[in-house]
Design a protein around this ligand. Sequence first.
Ligand SMILES: Nc1ncnc2c1ncn2[C@@H]1O[C@H](COP(=O)(O)OP(=O)(O)OP(=O)(O)O)[C@@H](O)[C@H]1O
Length: 234
Amino acid sequence: MTNFISVKNETKTYGKGSNTVNANQDVNFEIVPGELTIILGASGAGKSTLLNILGGMDKATSGSVNINGLELTTLNVKGLTKYRRQKVGFVFQFYNLVQNLTTLENVELAAEITSHPLDAKKALDSVGLKSRMNNFPAQLSGGEQQRVSIARAIAKNPDLLLADEPTGALDYKTGKKILKLFQDFTQQSHKNVIIVTHNSLIKKMADHVIEITDGKIKSDTLNPNPTPVEELEW
Ligand SMILES: Nc1ncnc2c1ncn2[C@@H]1O[C@H](COP(=O)(O)OP(=O)(O)OP(=O)(O)O)[C@@H](O)[C@H]1O
């Protein structure tokens, strides 16, 4: 199968001289279409750096980052903005919703900037929140706000959905519901989801687990039989 993502000798260095930090060092991996991938690592391992580079929010210092034929390392700021808008959906740990817009308006806002968006109400329906579309974020629970942020990412109809510790601010039960949405999304749409986490107990739900330590790949494992989130315990 043709790869959807191909990362070769990717290195990200912050700072200069004696203050240099190699956040990612000589990173290599490949991801096929339709995969749910988990990037696992301890705090400071370089996970967010890698996710930001895959999402076009930051640029690798050297190496190659190819997403579905697009070489991100050769794009300028404008090219990266276009890539982010058209191809990528982001889900952050702390939701990042616009507080003075309703749930529906938050989702519509994201959908408006892309060329093939999904219907905002349908996206809210898919995360079980259609009845809350006229509420403001502050009127929703943490788990509900995270579901809005997933609806917002899904409504962009992105090829790639990236999530940085998406359950970090949620309790166990709510976190499980959120992870199930990601698993359902890849299985139903055959699109790619990449979740960054430090929680190794959720790795069984993924088709592919990439572990990083000190900016380097420690292990790269395919899982032919991912566990349904409902059966996962952590
Ligand atoms: N803008 C920056 N300038 C300098 N150093 C940075 C910058 N961003 C990240 N780093 C450093 O790069 C390393 C990797 O950071 P990164 O945020 O990618 O780790 P992480 O695995 O996502 O950690 P966490 O789980 O705590 O968010 C860390 O040592 C961090 O201090």
